[in-house]
Design a protein around this ligand. Structure first.
Ligand code: SF4
Length: 461
């Protein structure tokens, strides 16, 4: 019996290295907890994540969370960008704050785009985000990097914690790399951490939807989030047979002033011991329950009654609150989701520098449809072969368009897959169908872009 795998175009086997070597977790394991999963989640297009549980927990319990992504305005906005925009918008619709950065500093320093071009292209991205459903306002933030003092200030601070060796290991920078390029790399980390600044409500889980190639950047930013923090809380093995475990709080004070560190610890200890905070966190410290000792630069909590897993989030929350009171950042490590790349219309990778490899969201609808008609399929050489052997949807860029963008109904997609594999669907008709859907989508999207111009004007860029 043939196994029906309608998401076959999204084989994740090639990504298994990411799971094994880089500690990216499988996304499908979380799916059962998500109430209204986006079609990229249902269809395995989003295949991996880092600490997305934190975002999901906040989403399910009505606590604050955010989603953010940046777009470099160096070329036409296309279907690849649409994927990321849709993921941000979905999170906004689930109650999160949405952040959309136009990475004009990067486009200017790395791609040599003039500020004027960055402005024009950046606005094009924003119009498409609006047309796809992004809602600006209290819970929808859009900005150009070059115009955000907060992002620039934060990137300067992050720069203190980043060195050339780290950046060259991640981005291959060398002696020829200009300084502005390096600044733009740190600015991206500032974009990612900005939603956690107090101006936006303080520390919270934030998800960054990215392609797998962006993971080094996520790792850099998660490391920076940790380096910027005043206190570091983590569990440890029990030091006594009666203990269930330990929770350690260390300080890496932004200053090397020992007295300041000690004072911070005294404040933290007092704070943790204050009745109202303790009861709020549900922690009781005495000899029969959990106990706490404070040393220079180190607080140690022995978990006697409570389990470390139970205590850890409560201690983390209290510690974050103290760090904020002391003027620290208390960043949570940003979460990420990883989606599969779209392949180019003629095979290979979709690339902004190869216009025929992608369909632009501002492209003339008929021209977009024509590109679909010329796209690479997973069909056989002759009709007879197709009928006998069936097509190969997992190798077909037309099927990928249906799967990623053009068909909302999962059942319909299952039928397409089945018919293709069974040889009853022929490529000519299938392409015509997809081309019609693409033309319709582009026409409708472009109408919405026109209507969104008023919203854009309202942003005052
Ligand atoms: S029938 Fe459709 S899905 Fe199947 S290979 Fe041809 S174009 Fe692709």
């Amino acid at each position: 019996m043939t196994t029906i795998d309608p998401w076959g175009a999204v084989k994740i086997d090639n990504y298994s290295k990411l799971f094994d070597e880089f500690g990216i977790s499988r996304f499908d394991e979380l799916l059962v907890k998500i109430k209204n999963p986006h079609r990229y989640m249902r269809r395995n297009v989003i295949f991996g994540h880092r600490s997305y549980e934190s975002v999901l927990d906040a989403m399910l319990s009505g606590k604050p969370f955010a989603a953010m992504s940046g777009f470099m305005p160096s070329g036409q906005v296309h279907l690849g960008h649409k994927m990321v925009m849709e993921e941000i918008i979905w999170h906004q619709q689930q109650g999160g704050d949405a952040f959309l950065a136009i990475a004009d500093m990067e486009a200017h320093s790395v791609r040599g785009k003039s500020w004027k071009e960055c402005d024009t292209l950046g606005k094009d991205y924003i119009l498409s985000a609006f047309a796809l459903g992004f809602e600006p306002g209290e819970h929808g933030h859009i900005y150009f990097q070059s115009k955000s003092a907060q992002v620039k200030d934060l990137s300067f601070e992050l720069g203190i914690k980043t060195n050339f060796s780290e950046l060259s290991a991640i981005y291959g920078f060398n002696g020829e790399t200009n300084i502005a390029h390096m600044v733009s790399a740190v600015t991206q980390s500032a974009d990612i951490l900005q939603p956690q600044l107090k101006e936006f409500g303080g520390p919270k889980p934030v998800v960054i939807p990215v392609g797998a190639d962006q993971d080094p950047h996520i790792r850099l930013t998660r490391g920076l989030a940790d380096k910027m923090n005043m206190f570091h809380v983590f569990p440890g093995p029990p030091r006594h047979p009666n203990f269930k475990g330990m929770i350690n709080i260390y300080s890496k004070s932004p200053t090397s002033d020992t007295m300041k560190t000690e004072n911070e610890f005294n404040i933290l200890k007092n704070r943790l011991l204050q009745e109202k905070i303790v009861s709020k966190a549900g922690i009781k410290f005495d000899d029969t329950e959990d106990s706490m000792n404070c040393y220079t630069g180190h607080i140690e909590i022995a978990c006697i009654k409570s389990s470390p897993e139970e205590l850890l989030p409560k201690v983390q929350e209290s510690t974050r609150a103290v760090a904020l009171e002391l003027g620290g950042y208390a960043f949570m490590p940003p979460a990420s989701t990883y989606h599969k790349f779209m392949t180019g219309l003629y095979g290979g990778k979709m690339s902004s520098s190869v216009p025929d490899s992608f369909i632009g969201l501002t492209e003339e609808p008929q021209a977009g449809a024509k590109k679909v008609m010329h796209a690479m399929t997973g069909g056989r050489v002759t009709l007879q072969e197709q009928q006998k052997l069936g097509g190969e949807p997992e190798k077909c860029s037309v099927y990928e368009l249906l799967l990623f963008h053009l068909v909302d109904d999962d059942n319909e997609l299952v039928e397409v897959y089945k018919d293709c594999e069974g040889g009853t669907r022929v490529c000519g008709n299938c392409k015509k169908y997809a081309a019609g859907l693409m033309e319709e989508f582009l026409r409708c999207h472009q109408k919405k872009r026109e209507l969104a111009k008023e919203k854009l004007a309202g942003l005052g860029f």
